[in-house]
Structure formats: C-alpha cells, structure tokens
Design a protein. Structure first.
Length: 221
C-alpha cells in the first residue's frame, strides 16, 4: 500500500475485512467522484486535495456482508443483476454464473419487468444494479413493481427507489470486479455452499472485463 493510500483511509487491522485492505485500495473501490450527495454523506471518509471524495472501505465491507445475508434468502434464479455500462457487464455475468442469478446487461428494455405482454419478461424477487444513474430505467421499473433494489452507489448517487446501498466506486473496471467477486463469495458463504472462510473457484481477474482501447473509451463514457 502506498503512503498516499494509507492517508486516504483509516488503516484497519488485518483479518477484520473480507479482503485485505491493500487489495481493496489497489482496486480503487474507495475512490468516489468530485460530487457528493447528502444521501452518501455517511459513507464518505474524506475529500482529497484534488476534490475527489473518498469512501470508507470499512463501511463498504459492512454493507457487502449485510447485502449478502439479505440476498442469500432468495431463490438464486429470482435474483437479477443489472449493468448497462461496459465495465459492469463481465462482473455481473460472472457474479450471476457463480450464484445462479439472472444477468441483465446492456440496454435495459422498458417493460422487461412490468409488461405482462413482453415475451421475455422476467419476474425477479430482488434486483441488484451497478449504478442507479446508468441503470435508472431498471431502478424505477423494479421499484414500481414493489421489488427491492440493492445498488452499488458512488458519492454522486442518491437513494431514490433504492432499498439497500453498497458504497463503492461503481465506475472503475477493477473496483466493479472486486465488489461483485466479494459479494458472490459472501453470498455463497451465507448459503452454506462454502465454509464461512471458504473461497470460490473464480478469481477477481475472472470477474474483470477485458477490453480493447476503443472499448475502454466506451466504458468510461
């Protein structure tokens, strides 16, 4: 861990987090944006001199545990995970593969959850969104259907229509891979499908999208 990273967050004792703190920091899960909402205030640790807000990784860890315990109560196929942005698509696909959930990637088709006449309609019991802004259509439609929403939220997100928040960098390629990997592993632990300290066979690298230079530009848009 660099000295700069040590200054950005409180150094937490080893063994207290689901993943070593230096791994989480290297992935940038704590890096927010230069905007913050009142909703996200409780999850912000500090603001850097360059204006970027920094998230508290301990609170991210806590919310992953809470979310995994909540999600583990549902039938796997009744969990849907959404990612409109390119950087979230591979993490969501791999997450769904591991936990048995249903992926919704790319453009969200209006009526996918609400139109009974739509032939490919799905009926999840809970929905995870990678970014409430990018996935706004999914969030609204899910909420209108009375389905709980779990959302990965950065410092610029508000909690409209969101029931459970995981504070994290929701735009970074590596950060999204780490968060979905951690969530998948913790759900499997909560279900008892692996031991409480067990590992899944997939690595964080398996969750990370592999992109060309052109695709990187698209993913950052």
């Amino acid at each position: 861990m660099s000295e700069e990273e040590k200054e950005e967050v409180e150094v937490i004792g080893e063994g207290e987090l689901l993943l070593p703190q230096d791994v989480m920091l290297s992935a940038g899960i704590h890096i927010g944006t230069r905007m913050k909402t009142r909703d996200m205030d409780p999850f912000i640790y500090r603001v850097r001199p360059d204006g970027l807000f920094v998230l508290d990784v301990k609170k991210t860890d806590e919310r992953i545990r809470v979310s995994a315990k909540f999600l583990a109560r549902f039938e796997p196929s009744k969990i849907a995970a959404v990612a409109a942005r390119l950087y979230g698509r591979s993490p969501v696909e791999k997450f769904c593969e591991v936990v048995g959930a249903t992926p919704i990637i790319g453009r969200f088709i209006p009526g996918l959850l609400s139109n009974p006449l739509y032939p490919n309609r799905i009926e999840p019991s809970v929905v995870i969104v990678s970014d409430p802004k990018a996935d706004v259509q999914a969030v609204k439609e899910t909420s209108n259907a009375g389905i709980p929403v779990v959302a990965l939220c950065s410092t610029d997100n508000d909690f409209s229509y969101v029931d459970l928040v995981i504070p994290t960098n929701n735009k970074g390629r590596r950060a999204l891979a780490v968060i979905y990997w951690l969530l998948a592993r913790q759900i499997m632990r909560e279900r008892g499908e692996i031991p409480p300290d067990g590992e899944i066979s997939q690595s964080i690298d398996d969750f990370e999208v592999k992109l060309s230079r052109e695709e990187r530009k698209e993913g950052e848009a």
